[in-house]
Design a protein around this ligand. Structure first.
Ligand code: SAH
Ligand code: SF4
Ligand code: F3S
Length: 449
């Protein structure tokens, strides 16, 4: 007897780690529903784009992608095959019905808070044969209603503990696309962490748009902080490393700083976006801290954990940014010293307060300032990595490298390391003697433990 053919899906993820996590959860739900994944879009019965709205370029990419997928859909229709096209993520949330108006080949628009309804809504598109737009904030937790077992794609597993943001930085769409801050309970996170550890996860990366604002319900009914949660998760058998991102300087509490001093599983790395080093711009951004407060905070964190590696996000060319403001940002970078960082040209986003400011800068000015800033950051990253040369670093291997016998992993400071090894090193931690350093990675040889 012929078994019915399994339906296939093609899933492409844009944007931040929170989207990567959501995509993993959607994939698990689809697998339970009998779908198998394909990397070949032409062969897919279901195509999902999990999208990002943070900058204009990210959002526009979705439409060019959708144009190509519409062509695939039309080709497949000639062979009598149906293709369901779904747009998920932050563009879905922000633009809703504009998406199907602009690209009618799209069947389903689904916001980030409705993923537990994905299978049901896909079925409805094939029955009703009309566009479905689902962008409600239902108020109950989607993850609790996604019952498919957790799988891991890497020994370093993402775990979303908090969603949304109440900060309303004037440049940012996240409070609109992800809604207000919500923390999952410690019990639910702990159960998921156990499941991930049993599946082979060695590192947990706790995720949230504002992760250090975490305030979930604790086991004793009281509110738990991120530091409390980290201490709970550190006790789980098999969890060797814990990281968290992304944090806001305002929520870097003393107990979290203390956890960096005394929880050995908590890695000495912190991504703490500052965005600008100019107080004038920080105020216009509604960041609620000054450059000096940020520098002082870093000093307190370094006192607790002297070797901590720091990372940040920067926006250059915010409306009204002067040459002096740009220089102030470079001065802050020089005062702090970053191991790595992300930097972006300001992109005006519809509906955000800063987009309405009259003093938008020219692209050319933004580009020039970005290059100048990145030159300073790149030099810091080169010199941070160079400090590892000749030393031995513990590396948790996450995947195979491109060369035969090569594995790729990370140091506690999140540096990427390439090393050749015998057998299967994935999920194992080994000491690597570093013999070459570049801006964005290290290489070395595995030394006896
Ligand atoms: N919650 C995090 C950031 C999430 S968005 C925080 O508070 O820092 C990730 C990064 O994208 C931001 O840190 C910022 O540097 C950048 N970003 C956000 N909106 C932007 C915009 N309109 N233009 C350019 N970069 C932006
Ligand atoms: Fe956006 Fe982060 Fe500001 Fe929230 S805190 S509005 S996510 S930049
Ligand atoms: Fe992008 Fe949404 Fe993440 S806008 S950065 S995918 S929260």
């Amino acid at each position: 007897m012929n078994r019915p053919e399994r339906k296939t899906y093609f899933l492409k993820t844009f944007g931040c780690q929170m989207n990567v996590y959501d995509s993993e959860r959607m994939a698990e739900t689809l697998a339970r529903d009998g779908y198998s994944e394909t990397s070949d879009v032409d062969g897919a019965d279901l195509v999902i784009l999990n999208t990002c709205h943070i900058r204009e370029k990210a959002a526009e990419k979705v439409y060019s992608e959708l144009g190509r997928i519409r062509d695939v859909k039309n080709e497949r229709a000639k062979d009598g095959k149906n293709t369901v096209i779904a747009v998920a993520g932050c563009v879905a949330q922000a633009e809703g019905p504009e998406i199907t108006a602009r690209q009618p080949a799209v069947d389903l628009v689904i916001g980030p808070q409705s993923y537990h309804r994905l299978p049901e809504l896909i079925t409805r598109t094939t029955v009703d044969r009309k566009h479905i737009v689902e962008t409600e904030f239902p108020g109950d937790e989607k993850f609790a209603r996604m019952k498919a077992p957790r799988r891991i794609s890497s020994p370093s597993a993402f775990l979303t503990i908090q969603e949304g943001c109440d900060k309303f930085c004037t440049f940012c769409v996240v409070p609109y696309t992800r809604g207000s801050e919500y923390s999952r309970s410690v019990a639910k996170i702990e159960a998921e962490a156990h499941e991930l550890a049993r599946a082979g996860a060695k590192e947990l990366v706790l995720l949230g748009q504002n992760v250090n604002a975490y305030h979930g319900e604790g086991a004793d009914g009281r509110t738990a902080s991120l530091a409390d949660l980290i201490r709970t998760l550190a006790a789980i058998e098999g969890v060797e490393r814990i990281r968290y991102m992304t944090s806001h300087p305002r929520d870097m509490s003393d107990d979290l700083i203390a956890a960096h001093a005394d929880v050995p599983q908590l890695m000495p790395f912190l991504h703490l976006p500052v965005q600008s080093g100019s107080d004038r711009i920080l105020a216009k951004m509604n960041r609620k801290h000054t450059a000096a407060e940020y520098v002082d905070l870093i000093a307190r964190i370094r006192k607790a954990r002297p070797d901590i590696a720091l990372s940040s996000d920067f926006i250059v060319g915010f409306p009204g940014e002067t040459e002096q403001d740009a220089e102030d940002t470079i001065a802050l970078i020089e005062a702090v010293g970053f191991a790595q960082a992300f930097s972006f040209k300001y992109s005006a986003r519809p509906g955000t307060p800063a987009a309405g400011h009259g003093d938008q800068l020219d692209e050319a000015v933004k580009s020039e300032r970005l290059l100048r800033l990145q030159a300073v950051l790149d030099a810091q990253q080169v010199s941070f990595n160079a400090q590892s040369l000749g030393g031995v670093v513990p590396v948790l291997f996450e995947r195979k490298g491109r060369e035969a016998g090569e594995f790729v992993g990370r140091t506690p400071y999140l540096q990427l390391v390439h090393a050749a090894g015998e057998g299967d090193l994935i999920g194992k931690t080994a000491n690597v003697a570093v013999n070459e350093t570049r801006r964005s990675s290290l290489s070395g040889v595995i030394s006896a433990a």
